[in-house]
Design a binder for this molecule. Structure first.
Ligand code: SAM
Length: 245
């Protein structure tokens, strides 16, 4: 009944608690750290995800592990008053930061906030046109359960987009990236949030996450069809897409 939390082997319930602590600890500074750590590039990855989502006015979208709501804000504008966006996240602190940020920028009316675990989503079957999970899946303890749960709540014809750190295509890029992740990131975390450990976990969890082909296979196993992926920034990040027919 064990899994991994970064490079440590831990009990499955312990991972849930540890991940909760990490996001509780980083919530207040999450957005500023995201910009710093990725040098703003996460915005481009997210914009690309929106472009590939095919989301249209009037649709119902689930932004799972939505955190501070970057994708939700963009979806809310696209689906308009006839549509709906559900921002679901397991972590109350992240949800609170997301909710107040979106309200501050005037995103109200078509967004609902739900505290939920991706492994057992509290929604009826066949509800959503599109589900996104951005930089969330690697933190989920039982990823297969999460993919099955997402499949269940998607409408037939709906699509899932998984934006997540992945495996760099080039060995040289991989080396530079490893050095950056294990030296610079925890230092930045320490300086800005006084929390090197959380950023150490985030770097380790990226290394432990299934690579492009493995995640593609997992999506097939969960029932998704026409599964494909695109490497972004040399495979540092990959965007997987799959359909429920
Ligand atoms: N999607 C946002 C973004 O791209 O900026 C937030 C990503 S943040 C790195 C990961 C989020 O996953 C956190 O808000 C965390 O609480 C959430 N999370 C972790 N495990 C989860 C689970 N089992 N179910 C739902 N959300 C989860």
């Amino acid at each position: 009944n064990t899994t991994h939390f970064g490079f440590q082997t831990v009990d499955k319930t312990e991972k849930v608690h540890k991940v909760a602590e990490v996001f509780h600890s980083v919530a207040a500074k999450y957005d500023v750290m995201n910009d710093l750590m990725s040098m703003g590039i996460h915005r481009i990855w997210k914009r690309h995800t929106i472009a590939c989502s095919g989301v249209r006015s009037g649709q119902k979208i689930l932004d799972l592990a939505g955190g501070t709501g970057d994708l939700t804000a963009k979806f809310s504008r696209i689906v308009g008053p006839e549509g709906q966006v559900v921002l679901a996240d397991i972590n109350e602190s992240m949800l609170n930061v997301g909710r107040s940020k979106l309200r501050d920028i005037g995103i109200v009316g078509n967004v609902e906030y739900v505290q939920a675990n991706a492994e057992c989503l509290p929604f009826a079957d066949n509800q959503f046109d599109v589900v996104t999970i951005a930089f969330g899946l690697r933190n989920v303890t039982d990823k297969d359960a999460a993919l099955a749960s997402i499949f269940r709540v998607l409408k037939p014809g709906g699509r899932l987009l998984v934006l997540e750190f992945s495996k760099p295509e080039q060995e040289a890029l991989s080396k530079v990236y490893d050095w950056y992740s294990f030296n610079i990131l925890p230092q930045m975390g320490k300086m800005i949030t006084n929390d090197a450990e959380s950023y150490q976990y985030l770097a380790e969890s990226i290394r432990m996450h299934p690579d492009q082909e493995t995640l593609k296979d997992m999506m097939h196993t969960a029932g998704f069809e026409e599964v494909s992926y695109q490497n972004l920034t040399g495979g540092i990040v990959a965007l997987h897409k799959g359909f429920k027919f």
